[in-house]
Design a binder for this molecule. Structure first.
Ligand SMILES: Nc1ncnc2c1ncn2[C@@H]1O[C@H](COP(=O)(O)OP(=O)(O)OP(=O)(O)O)[C@@H](O)[C@H]1O
Ligand SMILES: [Mg+2]
Length: 258
């Protein structure tokens, strides 16, 4: 590891979940004791059957919901502003242009206008959207909206990035392009990432580890390392190693009742 990479990872955060359980009012048991350690700078994909508790898990990590029992520990303890959450829906404000949507988290944090504009332009450049700063969300394609959403997440330089099926509503080609962009962004920044997806191929392409959950109430069925090169491109998807990794994840999903 280069010293620069080490320094970047050093600024990242670890996530430790200890026997995390969540039962909702009315008795729906979503999580039945999840124990998981995610190292600083790791990219972990989380998969599991529909309704098993994946979004619940992410919300608990983000502190948007409280566990019934068990703990979520972030090391070092993280200022709320240093993590970002990306949803399946881009959640853009229609009356703000692209630049002002991306600058919003910094505006809420009280950062001066010139500074937040510069940071927003930088984040938009990183997702390849420098050309559309003045457009409004209604003038963007679905893929562009998601990239704006990603830029808005990156603008705070998060140490922890939580993504809940962010590209699931997009066509396959756009999705693969965004997967590529996200993987490259992660290589550049090495923030810790938890990425929820239903796609075994997307998990294989993006992540270094796939955590497979069972049918509700969710337990960890398998925790699989994904041993593929750091730099990944479209060709990798056609390789036997890629097919083997997706198959292993698929089999774990089946064991978990998907
Ligand atoms: N606030 C809530 N109150 C009651 N039940 C809830 C609440 N939030 C989620 N649930 C239930 O908990 C279970 C897990 O939901 P969750 O959204 O975490 O699943 P998921 O794995 O993200 O599903 P999907 O793959 O469809 O996105 C579901 O049965 C859901 O109906
Ligand atoms: Mg969900």
């Amino acid at each position: 590891m280069t010293s620069q990479a080490a320094a970047t990872i050093d600024r990242s955060v670890s996530v430790r979940l200890l026997d995390l359980r969540r039962t909702f009012d009315g008795g729906v048991e979503a999580l039945a004791g999840i124990t998981l350690d995610v190292a600083p700078g790791q990219f972990a994909a989380i998969l599991g059957p529909s309704g098993c508790g994946k979004s619940t898990l992410l919300r608990l990590v983000a502190g948007l919901d409280r566990p019934t029992c068990g703990t979520v520990e972030l090391h070092p303890p993280l200022d709320r502003r240093r993590f970002a959450y990306v949803f399946q829906d881009a959640h853009l404000l229609p009356w703000r242009n692209v630049l002002r949507n991306v600058a919003l988290p910094l505006e809420l944090a009280g950062i001066a206008q010139r500074q937040r504009q510069a940071a927003a332009v930088d984040a938009l450049e990183q997702v390849g959207l420098a050309e559309v700063l003045r457009r409004y969300p209604a003038q963007l394609s679905g893929g562009m909206k998601m990239r704006v959403s990603l830029a808005r997440a990156l603008v705070t330089r998060p140490k922890l990035l939580l993504l809940d099926e962010p590209f699931a509503a997009l066509d396959e080609i756009t999705r693969q392009k965004l997967d590529q962009q996200l993987r490259d962004l992660w290589l550049a920044h090495r923030m810790t990432v938890l990425f929820v997806t239903h796609s075994t191929a997307e998990a294989t392409f993006l992540a270094d580890r796939a955590v497979v959950l069972s049918r509700r109430p969710a337990r960890v069925v398998a925790d699989l390392p994904i041993d593929l090169p750091q730099r990944r491109d479209a060709l990798l998807r056609a390789s036997p190693q890629f097919a083997a990794a997706t198959k292993t994840i698929y089999q774990a999903l089946e064991r978990g009742g998907a």
